[in-house]
Design a protein around this ligand. Structure first.
Ligand code: SF4
Ligand code: SF4
Length: 462
């Protein structure tokens, strides 16, 4: 649509509407307390976990240079990549499962964007005041009061963002070593880059972008509706009960006045972090934070009306039908999740913490030595446990076979890799053709813990 300029001349309408700043109002209530608790617990975990140690090492550390992920007592190696892939698939399926059951619970209470935005809004409230004070402050001309409040907010935001960036990097670099290195300027370019980059992303997303991340950037917001059906739990306004909306005194009986229970106070809109009106029906912008439920319940209490004009409900329940919790898609997600989780737990429980790789030297078929025929191999022994293990290496498969180059007791440090060149010798009378041999690495203190690897021995050609 065209608009006119100051001189009355027609000019094309801008292609993009600039985003209006939203000033969410603080609200108290059941769901606000739950959200506060979720924010504190999740942020607490994020900031505290990298400082925890386990067995003398950082409990959670994604050590990319060493290609090892330490997850408390468990160390995942590149060979364990399938576990990681499975874990990600399980996480995605869980999201589908809970979305089908309970809508956007994740968005409202656990998504990092929600959690950090909540923390940034707290800082905004501490420094700039309530919703109306913030709106007034933004409209006010610059002066000492505005400057003081805005600077205080920025100091808190920037400090918190940098701490977040530092903590994020601390999941990938031992955080106790990183802290002094960052301070004395010797941490290395990448550590500084990621600290500032992640800090900047936090500052921008939680401080300024806020609901726009959910509305325009988050892919989940776009496709989650595909997981919704009429039995999915959503936050809904009870139109039948609320309409016709309108203001009235507390003493007025709404039925006699021909009104519904909605007093059109707009409190549900003022508390909404995405700035929508829940009374317009289910909208993709709704992150299901339940702030409008608390807001409306507080009004219902004041008016002495029953709570729940805005409430958690399903489309079917809102329209007089019955809600079916157990439905085909829930069964499908639940079955897939059970199977994958079962598979993951079983394979992790039966995972061998030692790996033996045998690589035969391909440069020479065999070597003739005074007491037989010899082949050369390189053994790679990986100890995935956190403690050192002492191994004994043996070989069998051919009568009289002997292993040279491996001591009786070979120590491999916890999380260590030992590369060992060895020679395998077979008496000349038995060394004809290509024969299967088996290398065995046995833990000396615990003979039940052992691993075998097959290879080939090349002898004289008959
Ligand atoms: S409509 Fe209600 S639940 Fe949805 S985002 Fe707004 S306040 Fe949160
Ligand atoms: S808070 Fe409740 S009463 Fe007030 S406008 Fe929203 S739905 Fe109506």
């Amino acid at each position: 649509m065209a608009s006119t300029n100051d001189n009355g001349a027609a000019q094309p309408a801008p292609l993009y509407e600039s985003a209006k700043k939203i000033y969410p109002r603080e609200i108290k209530g059941r769901y606000a307390s739950l959200s506060k608790l979720a924010t504190l617990v999740l942020l607490g975990l994020f900031y505290i976990v990298p400082w925890l140690t386990w067995d003398g090492r950082q409990a959670i550390l994604f050590d990319l240079p060493a290609r090892k992920f330490h997850l408390i007592g468990l160390t995942l190696w590149p060979q364990d990549f399938p576990y990681l892939a499975l874990l990600l698939i399980i996480a995605a399926l869980s999201l589908f499962f809970f979305t089908a059951l309970a809508g956007r619970l994740w968005c409202g209470f656990a998504c990092p964007q929600t959690v950090w935005t909540e923390a940034f809004i707290w800082m905004e409230q501490w420094t700039e005041g309530t919703r109306s004070q913030r709106m007034k402050l933004d409209k006010a001309p610059w002066g000492w009061n505005k400057l003081r409040r805005k600077v205080s907010k920025q100091v808190l935001w920037i400090g918190f963002s940098l701490w977040t960036g530092f903590t994020f990097v601390g999941f990938f670099t031992p955080i106790r070593e990183l802290a002094p290195l960052l301070v004395n300027g010797t941490a290395g370019g990448w550590a500084y880059f990621w600290t500032f980059f992640y800090g900047f992303a936090t500052y921008g997303n939680a401080g300024y972008m806020r609901e726009q991340v959910c509305k325009y950037m988050c892919p989940y917001a776009r496709f989650q509706s595909a997981m919704f059906d009429k039995d999915t739990l959503i936050i809904a306004y009870d139109e039948k009960r609320g309409e016709p909306r309108g203001g009235r005194k507390r003493s007025v009986d709404p039925r006699e006045a021909g009104l519904g229970d909605c007093i059109d106070c707009h409190l549900c809109v003022q508390v909404c972090p995405t700035g929508i009106d829940i009374r317009d029906g289910l909208q993709y912008e709704c992150i299901a934070c339940a702030a409008c439920i608390d807001a409306c319940d507080s009004i219902m209490d004041k008016m002495n009306y029953p709570r729940g004009l805005v409430r958690y409900a399903t489309h079917n329940a809102m329209h007089g039908g019955t809600t079916r919790v157990l439905r085909p898609r829930v069964f499908v997600y639940a079955t897939l999740l059970t199977v994958l989780l079962g598979g993951l737990i079983t394979s992790m429980a039966t995972r061998t913490p030692i790996i033996l790789d045998v690589i035969r030297d391909r440069n020479a078929l065999y070597r003739e030595v005074p007491d037989g025929i010899e082949n050369i191999y390189t053994l790679k022994l990986i100890n995935q446990r956190n403690e050192a293990r002492v191994f004994q290496l043996t070989v069998d498969g051919v009568p009289g076979v002997v292993l040279d180059g491996a001591d009786d007791a070979i120590t491999v440090e916890g999380g260590g890799v030992l590369t060992l060149p060895v020679r395998v010798r077979v008496p000349r009378d038995n060394a004809y053709g290509i024969m299967d041999i088996t290398f065995t690495a046995t833990v000396i203190d615990d003979p039940d813990e052992m691993i075998q690897e097959d290879s080939r021995f090349v002898g004289l050609m008959p």
